[in-house]
Design a protein. Structure first.
Length: 184
C-alpha cells in the first residue's frame, strides 16, 4: 500500500469519530450528529492524512479519544480489538474471528462479532484488519512450521492465496494493512 494514500479522519469536539478512504465515514458521523441536540457537540471537522500518519495517530490514541456511534455489543467488540494494540503498541499477531468471539464469551456468536467488526467506524485505530478467518490462522501456522520464522513479506510471497477475510475497503487493502502493521 502506498503509505501516502489518503484517509479521511472525522473528529467531533476533538474526538476521532470515523476513519475512511472516502467521505462515507464523515457522512455517517454527520447523520448521527443531526439526530442529537445541537448543544451537545460544538465542532466537527474532517481532514485527510496519509497511511503512515494514520498508524502514528492510532498508536497515540486511547479509548477515551474516540467518539463511537454503535450498539453496546458493537462497542464491546470494538474495545476488545482496540485492546489488541493498546495501551501501547506491542508485538501483535493475527487473531481469528472465532478466537475473538470466544474471548468475549460469545463463541456461538462469531458471525455477530464479525458483523460488528465490519461496522468498525475507525479502521486501523481499531485494528479489525488483524482479525481473519480461523482456517487462515491455521494455514499461517502451517507455513510457519514448514518455513520457520518469517517476516510478513516472506509469508506474503510464500502463500499469497491465504484468505484474510473481507474488509470494507477491499481484501487487497486488508492485506496491505496487515503487512504494514506486522512490520512496524
Amino acid at each position: 500500500m502506498n503509505k501516502d494514500k489518503q484517509w479521511i479522519i472525522t473528529r467531533v469536539d476533538g474526538l476521532v469519530a470515523s476513519v475512511s478512504m472516502d467521505w462515507s465515514g464523515a457522512e455517517r458521523v454527520f447523520a448521527q450528529l443531526s439526530r442529537l441536540s445541537p448543544a451537545r457537540y460544538s465542532s466537527a471537522e474532517s481532514v485527510k492524512i496519509s497511511t503512515s500518519e494514520l498508524f502514528d495517530l492510532a498508536a497515540k490514541l486511547t479509548w477515551d479519544d474516540l467518539l463511537l456511534f454503535g450498539t453496546p455489543f458493537q462497542k464491546e467488540v470494538w474495545k476488545a480489538v482496540f485492546d489488541i494494540t493498546h495501551p501501547a503498541p506491542q508485538a501483535v499477531g493475527l487473531l481469528s474471528y472465532t478466537e475473538l468471539a470466544e474471548s468475549l464469551g460469545k463463541g456461538p456468536g462469531v458471525r455477530a462479532v464479525a458483523h460488528a467488526l465490519a461496522l468498525n467506524p475507525v479502521p486501523v485505530i481499531i485494528p479489525c484488519h488483524l482479525v481473519i478467518p480461523k482456517e487462515s490462522v491455521a494455514r499461517l501456522q502451517e507455513v510457519v512450521e514448514e518455513n520457520g520464522l518469517f517476516r510478513w513479506e516472506t509469508l506474503y510471497m510464500v502463500d499469497r492465496y491465504i484468505d484474510y477475510g473481507e474488509y470494507a475497503f477491499g481484501t487487497a487493502v486488508k492485506r496491505e494493512l496487515i503487512q504494514l502493521h506486522l512490520n512496524r
